[in-house]
Design a protein around this ligand. Structure first.
Ligand SMILES: C[S@@+](CC[C@H](N)C(=O)[O-])C[C@H]1O[C@@H](n2cnc3c(N)ncnc32)[C@H](O)[C@@H]1O
Length: 358
């Protein structure tokens, strides 16, 4: 590793802790860096690889020496026993089944997925040759195998494609919104799924988007402008009983705040900052958000719950609690997506229909 790359990686690793997570520290420290995009990419890889291999590293060495140790480690075979002992903190086995194949996937580099806007796939393939087709069920998806900085590509700036994990794309398809419908993306954040819903609706109909974080909705506004999506309304909403609008919806997506266990391959620092308490607190919050959001459903409307985690309290238990407290909802689908099967994040999705009453 080059000296400049090591120096910046060491600084970022030293600054990362439970309150300052590595992905945020990385963003902050690379935003105005003089390093080239290629070198920044190497810094990002070094930082994430460091946290991926942390329990394997000698704690008595300095971070710089540990980075050198890590490079050697990565090139050797890792035994099943090592994976079981070292890849995760102990509390995880209390809240979810742990398969060896998942542990193995956690130690590998994540794959990069694109979602092309409907009708733009051929143009994207022309401008970005280093792509291969995604799964057949998601015909607009591509895997990016190259090393270019995609944010600088004209095809990205023109809004022909989004960078979106393949398992997140699966959630858009689970929603299955139709043109002219009215949807509410209740935890819209920066709008990754809003953009997919809009594309599936061929930009016809209306999408309400809400989130408690105004800065996230600001980013959503920039993304929708690039993707030329204008049929939406934005409101702040913190999951409380007072909904942002009296409008009734054909579909509501609650892409809820969660522990993010399903993203631990992409963001390995969270493995060591997440806790059992956090899982339990977020599971309770997810139930509350769903119970409040469902008030906005039309008869026969669809409530979609998704989380990028795999813990039982945040997935199965939330579905059971919501179903139990909602006689008007019929559970239609439950879907768990494992990283080792999908080649992307771990996700969970569930869909209820509001049965027409009276
Ligand atoms: C998984 S992220 C959403 C990602 C987004 N849907 C996307 O695809 O890009 C969860 C979102 O929930 C929001 N959130 C946090 N607490 C919330 C609450 N109490 N009620 C509603 N949303 C909340 C967060 O600000 C965050 O944007």
């Amino acid at each position: 590793m080059e000296k400049q790359v090591v120096t910046l990686a060491v600084r970022i690793i030293r600054r990362s802790n439970r309150d300052n997570r590595a992905d945020a520290v990385l963003r902050e420290n690379t935003r105005n860096s003089e390093l080239s995009p290629q070198r920044i990419r190497l810094v990002v890889k070094a930082v994430f690889d460091y946290f991926r291999w942390l329990p394997w590293l000698n704690p008595y060495l300095g971070v710089g020496q540990q980075l050198a140790e890590m490079e050697v480690l990565q090139s050797r075979e890792v035994s099943d026993d090592e994976l079981r002992r070292l890849a995760l903190p102990n509390w995880v086995s209390e809240v979810m089944p742990i398969e060896l194949a998942w542990l193995r996937s956690l130690q590998q580099q994540p794959r990069l997925w694109l979602r092309t806007r409907q009708g733009f796939k051929a143009k994207v393939l022309e401008s970005l040759p280093d792509c291969s087709e995604g799964p057949k069920d998601y015909p607009e998806s591509l895997e990016y195998l190259g090393t270019q900085d995609l944010f600088r590509e004209k095809s990205f700036q023109e809004g022909w494609f989004e960078i979106q994990d393949i398992s997140s794309q699966a959630i858009g398809h689970l929603c299955d919104p139709k043109p002219e419908e009215t949807w509410w993306d209740a935890c819209a954040g920066e709008g990754g799924k809003t953009l997919h819903l809009a594309d599936l609706m061929m930009n016809k109909g209306l999408i309400w988007v809400s989130d408690p974080a105004a800065w996230r909705l600001d980013r959503l506004k920039r993304r929708t402008a690039r993707a030329k999506v204008f049929n939406y309304r934005r409101e702040l909403w913190n999951g409380g009983a007072k909904l942002p609008t009296k409008t009734k919806f054909d579909g509501i997506l609650v892409d809820a705040p969660c522990s993010g266990v399903g993203t631990w391959q992409r963001n390995p620092h969270s493995r060591w900052t997440c806790s059992l308490d956090e899982v339990k607190r977020l599971a309770d919050l997810q139930v509350q958000i769903l119970l409040n959001a469902k008030q906005g459903l039309k008869p026969n409307g669809r409530l979609v719950y998704s989380v990028c985690t795999l813990t039982t309290p945040e997935t199965e238990d939330v579905v059971a609690a919501v179903s139990q407290q909602s006689p008007e909802l019929r559970l239609e689908i439950k879907k768990i997506i494992w990283p080792q099967d999908a080649g992307g994040n771990g996700m969970f999705g569930a869909v209820w229909t509001r049965v027409a009453m009276g």
